[in-house]
Design a protein around this ligand. Structure first.
Ligand code: MRU
Length: 361
């Protein structure tokens, strides 16, 4: 995607294969800041502290992190240790584990001397596969938007939650890919952007992305979605996902479940854009089995924004010392999901349909 007319990705390998260049997403939308990560430690920190975030981007970043780690030593013990350590950077998005497993499958059979170069090749392949996968998700989701446009005059109103946009992937985004492709095809649409408390990925990232792409959008408080659905102002919900179980339960950013409930009550289709790398075939019951990241209470009690002076500042919004809880993800049961938009096509959120889905990589 483009920023100010220039093609940019949130993650790119440095030409010397000695670092990755990432957009530090903590600084957006106020500053576009590119950071050079030249060690596995730096990549681990960037994932943990959310300089890079979004399930597919976390996976691709970790793959490069492993490639960087192997420059320091690539025997069996070093390989396994580095992969295990990177795996712990964040717990919920299964793409992190998927990417590291793919790296290990490729690297384990090789002699240690060949592993560092092969790791870089495989990380490149993971990144490029992600781009192709997300483009395909866009192609498969586009007919949903076209069908809604054919049914009623005026722009198609899509609601999305969090940021499942190009910043959350290597390119295109997942939930936003059909939106970008529809926009490019000239289909009139408008996106309701949930602010996505507590970290506000909708306000700071999705609104920024859509603005750069010229897609009409309106930022809303998280609590506004149900009201808009009751008034017929939402035609379709599309969200991303961090882990989908074998029976189709969807784990995504906290607040997704409430949108799915409101969508069901109002007859609004609720679709989830799911690269096959986000399918965890080892789990069935999402509520019982998916590890939910608990993040710092400070994300709830404080907000970050830009002051009139231009300085980025943090302000408190609760009485000092207020206890706060911050579960970062929730699980939407499969029964509330209208369909999963994958790189292979749209599939039902059922065990039968998912069992037949090929797995990429
Ligand atoms: O905590 P984050 O910002 O990493 O959470 C991101 C989301 O929940 C996204 O919706 C999900 O990772 C899909 S990204 C294509």
């Amino acid at each position: 995607m483009k920023v100010g007319g220039v093609a940019l990705r949130p993650l790119a390998a440095a030409p010397g294969r000695d670092a990755v260049l990432v957009i530090d997403q903590r600084a957006l939308p106020h500053r576009l800041q590119i950071e050079r990560l030249d060690s596995a430690q730096a990549v681990h920190t960037a994932i943990r502290d959310m300089w890079v975030r979004g399930a597919p981007l976390i996976g691709a970043s970790a793959a490069y992190g492993l490639a960087l780690a192997l420059r320091e030593g690539a025997d069996d013990a070093a390989l396994e240790q580095a992969a295990a350590w990177l795996r712990g950077a964040r717990p919920t998005a299964v793409n992190l584990m998927w990417a590291l497993d793919r790296m290990l499958r490729r690297l384990r059979p090789l002699p240690a001397a060949q592993r560092a170069a092969a790791a870089w090749d495989e990380a490149d392949a993971i990144a490029e596969d992600d781009v192709r996968c997300n483009a395909a998700i866009g192609r498969h989701g586009l007919p949903l938007l076209q069908a809604l446009f054919a049914r009623k005059p005026g722009p198609v109103n899509v609601l999305t939650h969090c940021n499942a946009g190009w910043l959350a992937t290597v390119d295109w985004g997942t939930a936003t890919s059909p939106i970008y492709q529809a926009h490019a095809a000239g289909l009139p649409l408008h996106v309701w952007v949930d602010e996505t408390r507590p970290r506000n990925q909708g306000a700071s990232l999705t609104a920024w992305e859509l603005g750069q792409a010229g897609v009409p959008h309106t930022l809303i408080a998280d609590n506004a979605g149900g009201h808009l659905m009751q008034r017929g102002q939402v035609d379709l919900v599309i969200v991303g996902c961090d882990r989908v179980t074998a029976q189709g339960d969807v784990c995504n950013k906290i607040g997704t479940y409430l949108k799915a409930l409101a969508a069901r009550d109002n007859g609004v289709p609720f679709y989830v854009a799911m690269p096959s790398s986000t399918l965890d075939r080892n789990l069935r019951d999402g509520l019982a089995e998916i590890p939910i990241e608990e993040r710092s209470a400070r994300e709830v009690t404080h907000l970050q924004g830009i002051a009139a002076s231009g300085a980025v500042v943090e302000v408190g919004i609760a009485p000092a010392g207020t206890p706060a809880a911050n579960p970062a993800f929730d699980v939407t049961p499969a029964r509330l999901v209208s369909g999963l938009i994958t790189e292979f096509g749209i599939v039902a959120a059922t065990a039968e349909a998912l069992a037949g889905l090929p797995q990429h990589g």
